[in-house]
Design a protein around this ligand. Structure first.
Ligand code: GLN
Length: 189
């Protein structure tokens, strides 16, 4: 199994380290030629969604990535990755990857006090959840399963083989969310 990790900006190295600890191979996608490599799943890291979107467009990666996800390639988006996957982002009309039926509010906890740490349940299991200027999901479509809520706000969800978290599991040593993603990848093989 080989997981592509979008490595244009943000916390991609931490995702690769997490996969490595789990014994899963991965490679970095920095340009269109990297995208041609065979892959069983894709991780879109946290960082700055506006910067990642611009680079995806400039590098001619946006369409191929969207098509692959629409075609069933399992994807895991954290934070900025969640924003890129959302069909709707409050106050923004432009297209992103826009494959997941969720409505998202960016910098939802305020810009200054937006970083915090909690332990809460993901798919029923308590795990550490670091939030960094995080978005949250305030509406999900019919086909979307809510996997975590913190303070009454949806912070993790799944639609088919698309998984998103508003927090950063890759910044912890807990492999629960990445293992969950790898189950989606295995199921899609
Ligand atoms: N607020 C950032 C954005 O809009 C996301 C923050 C993060 O990925 N930690 O892209």
């Amino acid at each position: 199994m080989n997981i592509a990790v979008l490595a244009l900006q943000g916390a991609f190295a931490e995702h690769r380290q997490m996969l490595q600890r789990m014994g899963v191979d991965s490679f970095e996608v920095r340009q269109a030629s990297d995208w041609c490599r065979p892959k069983d799943g894709l991780i879109i890291p946290g960082g700055e969604s506006t910067v990642q979107l611009k680079l995806l467009r400039d590098l001619n990666l946006l369409e191929p990535v969207r098509e692959a996800i629409a075609g069933g390639l399992p994807v895991f988006g954290t934070c900025a990755g969640l924003i890129l996957l959302a069909k709707q982002v409050e106050g923004e009309a432009h297209m992103r990857i826009s494959t997941m039926d969720i409505v998202v509010r960016r910098n939802a906890y305020g810009r200054q006090s937006g970083s915090f740490f909690v332990k809460d349940r993901f798919a029923g299991k308590p795990i550490p959840m670091p939030f960094i200027r995080a978005p949250y999901i305030y509406k999900v479509g019919d086909g979307v399963e809510v996997l975590a809520e913190v303070g009454g706000k949806i912070v993790a969800a799944r639609e088919g083989s698309q998984l998103v978290t508003a927090f950063h599991p890759e910044l912890t040593s807990d492999t629960t969310v990445h293992s969950y993603f790898m189950q989606l990848v295995k199921r899609a093989l």
